[in-house]
Design a protein around this ligand. Sequence first.
Ligand code: PMP
Length: 435
Amino acid sequence: MTHVFHRNPKQQLEFAVRGEGIRLFDQNGKGYIDASGGAAVSCLGHGHPAVIQAIKNQLDQVAYAHSSFFTTQVCEDLADFLAERAPGDLDHVYFVSGGSEAVEAALKLARQYFVEAGQPQRRHFIARRQSYHGNTLGALAIGGNAWRREPFLPILVPAHHVSPCYAYRDQLPSETEEQYAERLAQELDQKIRELGPENVAAFVAETVVGATAGALAPVKTYLQRIRRVCDQHGVLLILDEVMSGMGRTGHLFACAEDGIVPDIITIAKGLGAGYQPIGAMIASSRIYDAIVAGSGFFQHGHTYMGHATACAAALAVQRVIEQDGLLANVLARGEQLRGELRSALAAHPNVGDVRGRGLFVGVEFVGDKAAKSPLDPALKTHARLKKQAMQNGLMMYPMGGTIDGVLGDHVLLAPPFICTAQDISEIVARFVDTV
Ligand code: PMP
């Protein structure tokens, strides 16, 4: 019997006792290649000496000082680091402890912004089906997994959902990428008009969809068109880069590749890379200035905001990534990973799509490749793959289940940015053995 409540009691887990580079080791000394970075978290792998040293140094100085009494140099430096590199005027960094808290803060900031702008009726949020934004009540409300929301529906904020940008399944053979992107932009436009633009606060989307759709990147021009629709209706654009941000796609901020600047962006996972829990919500100057000129401050807060040790870890992680030029490796190794998976799995009867950006890679399984029909749920592919992968010493992130009628059986690979070409080939070999 375990007293740990946070996992499924039926789940039998080994103990993680040591981490080194791209591997974790269990109590029996068995090594596992962390090809998913946990859940796209561990971008520097495990046991990185520079990060460990930075954490120790911070602990020797001050582990934690409540943000209403003090700031710390590492907190200021990390905010500067992010603001200098974030797109456009995303200059105001609000530190929290994780992804859901970052999304929650973004939703509340959008709401407060409109209350202070004299538009308090703007209270509706629009997001996309097949998306995940976290498990707190606000984040859950906008998430696209209907089954996750179901038991909590009566206590959720008003949220509405439009189609995700899912070219593999939804782009028509007769459509160009631009036409497909335009169709989706029109769907959002239509939804805003239905609700009345004066009632809509924000549109929320993952730049590249992670857990629910397996590294699903938007087609070219999609986000630009979405940005335009939001602007036309005075609706804020919130991009959730909790999974896809912090270099995972080969760009520190994934949306840089799409050439747009959201009003608010959320980051977490890769920010502290698992060495400490930390996330952030970054707001544009337009929003920040309006709040400061209005009531003066954002009515929100958590005990661990700007936690000194967490900031020290994150700053060390981000400096290593930059100083070691790891984003170039993310791009090169990502190409290699997709290329090797595609050739090794070309003849696999159920591999429908291999996709992604950088070291954010998804493999979608289908019942029939031509029809792109869903896998038979009776095969329990999701559970079988996870078990087999662990037996093969491979951590990968299978997600599945019926999502708005589509069986989303897919696997996410998000290996550490420090992977060598040889590591990638080893991951592919173990993956092929598993599936
Ligand atoms: N947004 C996205 C896109 C995520 O992938 C996740 C976590 N999978 C979250 C938000 C929530 O983050 P956390 O689990 O740290 O609360």
